[in-house]
Design a protein around this ligand. Structure first.
Ligand SMILES: [Zn+2]
Length: 173
């Protein structure tokens, strides 16, 4: 994997190493930087046997199926991040106690040529109807409900989400 840094950001030396873009080290000044994994959340909304997907309107994976969610902000719990993202994307208020922890799965998120490795934390939330709106059209192009057994897995963008859907189908989580 090509290094995302060409120079040391402290002394501009090119005598650097950044194996797998994880631990950056400058051999001249000793500057060290860990490109640690980022924590993210996703919510599996369920109504009867159906699951809600968003259609992404931005890269990466524009046009692919996704779940509501996003990156966790500093000082937020995962549940708070899930509730905030749902409010920002769907205009819907849910409470942390409505979320049931499902599982976690690692993912890759390439944004403007910077490869981020994430740990996606999945929650489930049961809805009483399927009336959901989009309030972040720059991020979400459309909403689609699918019966669990009719989800078109090839249209899911992220490997973490595809894996979790497969685990749900197999009753593993
Ligand atoms: Zn340096």
């Amino acid at each position: 994997m090509e290094s995302i840094f060409k120079h040391c950001p402290n002394c501009t030396s090119t005598n650097i190493e950044f194996p797998n873009n994880v631990r950056f080290l400058c051999h001249d000044c000793g500057f060290t930087y860990f490109h640690n994994i980022a924590a993210a959340v996703a919510v599996v909304f369920r109504h009867s046997d159906r699951i809600l997907f968003t259609v992404r309107n931005m890269e990466p994976d524009k046009g692919k199926l996704d779940l509501p969610g996003g990156f966790i902000d500093p000082e937020e719990t995962a549940q708070e991040a899930a509730c905030r993202e749902v409010r920002e994307e769907l205009g819907m208020t849910i409470l942390p106690k409505q979320l049931r922890f499902l599982t976690t799965f690692p993912n890759n998120y390439l944004y403007k040529n910077v490869p981020y490795r994430t740990m996606d934390i999945f929650f489930e939330c049961v809805l009483h109807d399927e009336q959901v709106n989009i309030v972040a059209p720059d991020e979400i192009k459309a909403l689609q409900w699918f019966p669990l057994n009719e989800i078109p897995e090839e249209k899911i963008g992220f490997v973490s989400i595809r894996t979790v859907i497969q685990q749900l189908k197999a009753h593993q989580i």
